[in-house]
Structure formats: structure tokens, C-alpha cells
Design a protein around this ligand. Structure first.
Ligand SMILES: [Zn+2]
Length: 292
């Protein structure tokens, strides 16, 4: 009860040099002695084992669990499992974290606009562990159906800097990589970001739209875009009758008639090549000034 982890009871608490609390726990759940293969409870102890887990911090101090658990023999003659170690849903096998630490880490990254690195530092886990916890948290939400949307907003975001390289023979600069994402949002409601697709072509946006249920598409009455011909084509292909020019496009949340970005006419102009004085660097911030 003190610890609040179902199936574990606190035996003692100590302090380590770095201020961490070391909580020695024992199993307090009868079903932990049930064979995971056949489900029969065992009373035959094979050996005792100790495993360590990290748990949610207590205030600023980390908590380290030391779990004294039992390895049982399965005596069922028809069961192929010779022995097994206790495990609990709250402290799964082969994990160095408690379930609640993993869940909170993933949730904080998703809901507090915290970056993976910050959460990894706070919960004292590695970046890959924090990222996996975040993915597990959002996967469940992404599987949920989209909220009903009447006004769809579509706009692009540059992903990273454009990368330029100079041809050693002609000295001419050419674009090596220029990546974009398209964000699709609920432009008049509270649905927020509905989807992100790689690229900004008519095809990728139309594909995303066609992947949505027809009943959801039928609820979209207007689409809010800038002067992008690609997005206009995507809407004409996948949402006939709701593209610009066919019906009035209402102002977006910021009151701009053509979406939230001011100088829409710049799209889809390619980024400019580097000026000579900028030297032969790769990945020049060609349009960084425009994006401020
Ligand atoms: Zn068994």
C-alpha cells in the first residue's frame, strides 16, 4: 500500500549515496506463483532471485526497486514448462522499468509538449526507452477514429534544411534534398492536428484523404488551403465540390482568408541556391529568413 504497486509489499527502505530511495520489496500476490504455461499454482521453490527495477521518482529523488522474487518449478506432468520466475503486470518480466514509470514517461512527452530528451533526463532512462514509451502511448490514441471535422486545414512544413551540393566540374549548385511534411488540421474546431504525411504533392494528400472513412469525409464541408495548386488538386480529387473556387473558403482561426501563413504566393517556389559568399556549405538555410 505504501508503494502503491499492486502485487508487491515493501520490506524495507534505504537511502543510497545519490539520494535515491532503495525499496526492497517482496511478492504479495498469490497468482504470481501460477505457471504462465498451464496456469497451475506451484508450491515447489526452485531458487530465490533478486531483480532491480526503476520506478517513478518520489519528489526529486529516484526510486530503485529491489524485488526479491521466487523461481518456481512447474510440477504438472503434461506441462512443457520446467520452471518460471514470478512476474506481475505492474512489473513485467525483461523490463528494467515498472509499468507505471514507462506509462508516465510516454504520457508526459505526448501531453506536456516535452521533448524525448527532457523526459529521458527526468525519468533517468535512455533516449530510446523514453521514445519507445512515447510511441506506445500515442499508438493507442492514433488508433482511435478521427473526430468529426467540418473545416479541414491543409498546409506544408519544411522538414529540416534544404541540402545543396556544388558540382565540381560546372561549379553549379543543385538541390540534393528538400523534404516537406503536410499537416492536416481541424481548422475551425478543436480537433487539432489530424494527420501528417510525408511530402506536399497532390498524390500524398489525396491518398491520406481517401484512407479516411467515407462518413467522415462526408462531414467535411470546407477546406482551407493557401494558393497551392497541389493541395487544390488533392481536394478536387478526393473531396469533389469542396475545393477552393467551388465554394467560399471561410477564414481560418487567425482570420486570414488563405490559411495561417501570410505570403502564400511563395509556395511552391524552390529554395534559392546559396550566394557565392556563403561558401560551399551543405544544408544552407535558404529560406530560413522567410520562415521566421
Ligand atoms: Zn506449467
Amino acid at each position: 500500500m505504501l508503494l502503491g504497486i499492486e502485487g508487491l509489499a515493501v520490506a524495507s527502505v534505504g537511502l543510497e549515496d545519490d539520494g535515491a530511495r532503495v525499496v526492497e520489496v517482496v511478492t504479495d500476490e498469490e497468482t504470481a506463483a501460477a505457471c504462465p504455461e498451464c496456469g497451475v499454482l506451484s508450491t515447489s521453490v526452485k531458487e530465490r532471485a533478486t531483480t532491480r527495477r526503476r520506478d517513478l521518482p518520489y519528489g526529486v529523488a529516484p526510486i530503485r526497486l529491489v524485488w526479491h522474487k521466487t523461481r518456481w518449478r512447474c510440477r504438472e506432468t503434461r506441462c512443457p514448462r520446467g520452471s518460471f520466475t514470478e512476474s506481475l503486470p505492474s512489473v513485467p518480466a525483461r523490463s528494467r522499468l515498472t509499468t507505471r514509470l514507462r506509462s508516465e514517461c510516454g504520457e508526459r512527452i505526448a501531453t506536456d509538449a516535452s521533448c524525448v530528451q527532457a523526459a529521458a533526463a527526468r525519468y533517468r532512462v535512455s533516449w530510446p526507452v523514453a521514445h519507445a514509451a512515447f510511441v506506445a502511448h500515442v499508438d493507442a490514441e492514433l488508433a482511435a477514429p478521427l473526430p468529426p471535422v467540418e473545416v479541414l486545414g491543409i498546409d506544408e512544413t519544411r522538414r529540416g534544411k534544404p541540402v545543396w551540393a556544388q558540382d565540381p566540374d560546372t561549379c553549379r549548385w543543385h538541390l540534393v534534398a528538400d523534404r516537406w511534411l503536410t499537416g492536416i488540421v481541424d481548422a475551425a474546431g478543436t480537433g487539432g492536428l489530424l494527420g501528417h504525411v510525408d511530402g506536399r504533392t497532390a498524390e500524398v494528400v489525396a491518398d491520406w484523404l481517401r484512407d479516411q472513412p467515407q462518413a467522415w469525409l462526408d462531414g467535411v464541408t470546407h477546406v482551407c488551403i493557401d494558393l497551392s495548386g497541389s493541395y487544390a488538386k488533392a481536394v478536387a480529387d478526393a473531396l469533389p465540390g469542396r475545393g477552393p473556387g467551388r465554394r467560399p473558403v471561410p477564414p481560418g482561426p487567425s482570420g486570414q482568408r488563405h490559411g495561417h501563413r501570410g505570403a502564400a504566393a511563395r509556395h511552391p517556389r524552390a529554395p534559392r541556391p546559396p550566394r557565392p559568399e556563403e561558401g560551399p556549405r551543405v544544408g544552407l538555410p535558404a529560406s530560413a529568413a522567410h520562415r521566421a
